[in-house]
Design a protein around this ligand. Sequence first.
Ligand SMILES: [Ca+2]
Ligand SMILES: [Ca+2]
Length: 80
Amino acid sequence: MIVDNDSFCGPLDTNSDSIISLVDLTSMLSIYKQACNTLEDDSTFGICGRKDTNNDGKISLVDIVYLLSKYKIANCGETV
Ligand SMILES: [Ca+2]
Ligand SMILES: [Ca+2]
């Protein structure tokens, strides 16, 4: 899938505080069902990873369910 614009999906943790909260959920919902560019460097996403969690070039229910599975879990459950 080729997306011919600069609409990056971005990081799951949009405000980079290492925890998924309402602000991050709101950010994801704002691009729900939209195509977005997944060609970003993984290292730019932080500990919680990318918004497009299954890397299919769009934000769908799968990605939202993933976000909710990490909701309010410190460092997205990763060991730091
Ligand atoms: Ca956050
Ligand atoms: Ca996706």
